[in-house]
Design a protein around this ligand. Structure first.
Ligand code: FES
Length: 145
């Protein structure tokens, strides 16, 4: 049911933890299952993501997608990080079962929320970044991947 990559990132998740004095912190919840994801970003003066950590009360698919998503945004610029979508993360994990697609949205939403927090703290405007929703709506879950 799960790819080897999903199992690997679930059993050995990368970047679990928190960052004291993070540049941006984002917390989002999934309305459907009640699971929660928090992402911490450490961003340098050139707007490059130096470090990233996550903590979650989420299922295995949420852990695996967050682990992969954090690996994918680390070292990227703030702008590049916006292109790390849940779809890109799922592709990097060789796919997820359809019922678990909503779990992968937590990582993307939490990264966006953390970037939003960073932008607000520094009075920046990040092109293409929208104010995060705190919940993930049903309609998004029904998207066809
Ligand atoms: Fe809640 Fe997967 S079931 S994040």
């Amino acid at each position: 049911m799960y790819s080897e990559k999903v199992m690997d990132h679930f059993q050995n998740p990368r970047n679990v933890g928190e960052i004291n004095g993070a540049s941006g912190v984002g917390t989002v919840g999934n309305a459907k299952c009640g699971d929660i994801m928090r992402i911490y970003l450490d961003i340098d003066e050139n707007q490059v993501i130096r470090d990233v950590k996550f903590k979650t009360f989420g299922c295995g698919a949420a852990v695996a997608t967050s682990s992969m998503a954090t690996e994918m945004v680390k070292g990227k610029s703030v702008k590049e990080a916006l292109s790390v979508t849940n779809k890109a993360v799922m592709e990097a994990l060789d796919g997820l079962p359809p019922v678990k697609v909503h779990c992968s949205l937590l990582a993307e939403e939490a990264i966006h929320a953390a970037l939003w927090d960073y932008a607000e703290k520094n009075q920046l405007k990040i092109e293409g970044l929208e104010k995060p929703k705190s919940d993930i709506s049903e309609s998004e879950e029904e998207e066809d991947y």
